[in-house]
Ligand binder design. Structure first.
Ligand SMILES: Nc1ncnc2c1ncn2[C@@H]1O[C@H](COP(=O)(O)OP(=O)(O)O)[C@@H](O)[C@H]1O
Ligand SMILES: [Mg+2]
Length: 330
């Protein structure tokens, strides 16, 4: 399978005076053409920072960051805002958690389409061409009465409607990669479901690759072909979705799954406590403090790479030890 996006050793540190505090610790991943990678983890794990890093959206005054990001084999200059702006408008599109904040309150939805289409197109389009393209995209997003919506302002529309419009706007340039950071978190359940179906349908129609981030296992299991489980700025487990969902290897993944369906709202059953703040993170296994299965050596466990178990990578000393013993026994 061809990789559309490949990220190698993305490292993000928060600048604090003369020091820097690690926030994302050299994560590597890829998204295949027409496929979906889901990053899941509790709030504060570094999921959004990872997305911003890939898109070149990190504020250089606040963050020190490094890593290689390849799109279709081409190395992107994630520190060059001008170059990244061009890529963001064309090959990569972003949809965010809060649709309301993505819209300018004083211009109509139609004017947003005019702005976006003019920015992406090579040749200037007429008003009528833009309108019909917008109506076509909104129709694909199952928006009823798109003519009325076209003339409306953001504040007149619901969150679910705005999220659909945001996806329609993202599709204007027919992006190869859609980055969706908690795209359904602000929406109620039925609307969440509709948006996921829309994303799924869109992927079929356009062969778009999707990088989707969520703290919600329902969203991830619905859409992802591959899953990366993030905690404390690291990937605890990464691999094919069906394998991880059926048989999670890492104690963190197991805790996350077992506390479903309400793990975002209630305390995690198997994992009391909450993710550490940046300043509180240790240097060994990030999950050490909350892990019910920790052993000697876990506190210092900090490998460059996780253990490979067939096509899955797991970052856990216990799994590593078991796998080594299995190999020796074989
Ligand atoms: N602007 C910021 N200043 C200081 N710390 C930040 C800032 N943005 C994010 N962080 C910290 O970085 C960590 C990762 O954040 P984030 O990527 O937003 O997590 P997630 O998206 O997984 O919830 C968190 O501990 C968060 O508090
Ligand atoms: Mg986030």
């Amino acid at each position: 399978m061809a990789k559309l996006l490949e990220v190698k050793n993305l490292d993000i540190r928060l600048k604090k005076g003369k020091e820097t505090i690690p926030a994302v610790n050299g994560v590597s991943f890829s998204v295949e053409k027409g496929k979906t990678l889901g990053i899941i983890g509790e709030s504060g794990s570094g999921k959004s920072l990872t997305c911003y890093g890939v898109m070149g959206l990190l504020d250089k005054k606040l963050w020190d960051y490094n890593g290689e990001v390849y799109l279709d084999g081409e190395l992107l200059d994630i520190k060059d805002n001008k170059k990244m702006q061009k890529i963001r408008g064309n090959k990569i599109a972003l949809i965010m958690q809060n649709p309301m904040s993505a819209f300018n309150p004083v211009i109509t939805i139609g004017a947003h389409f005019v702005e976006t289409i003019n920015k992406t197109g090579e040749t200037k389009k007429t008003k009528e061409e833009i309108r019909s393209k917008a109506l076509e995209l909104m129709d694909k997003m199952r928006i009823r009465d798109p003519e009325v919506v076209y003339k409306s302002y953001a504040f007149q529309l619901s969150g679910g409607m705005l999220q659909r419009i945001m996806i329609a706007l993202a599709l204007v340039s027919e992006p190869e990669l859609l980055v969706a950071d908690e795209p359904t978190t602000a929406l109620d359940l039925t609307v969440q479901h509709e948006i996921m179906n829309i994303l799924h349908g869109m992927q079929k129609d356009y062969e778009t690759s999707i990088l989707i981030v969520s703290h919600d296992l329902g969203v991830i299991s619905h859409l992802a072909d591959d899953i990366a489980v993030m905690y404390g700025g690291e990937f605890m487990e990464k691999g094919p979705a069906h394998k991880i969902l059926a048989d999670p290897e890492h104690p963190y993944t197991r805790g996350l799954f077992s506390s479903r369906p309400a793990f975002s709202k209630e305390r995690l059953k198997m994992m009391p406590g909450s993710p550490p703040r940046l300043e509180e993170r240790g240097t060994g296994c990030q999950f050490y403090g909350r892990c019910g299965e920790r052993k000697n050596g876990c506190k210092e466990y900090s490998p460059d790479k996780g253990t490979m178990i067939s096509d899955r990578e797991v970052r856990c000393l216990l799994v590593d030890t078991e796998e080594t013993q299995r190999k020796l026994g074989a």
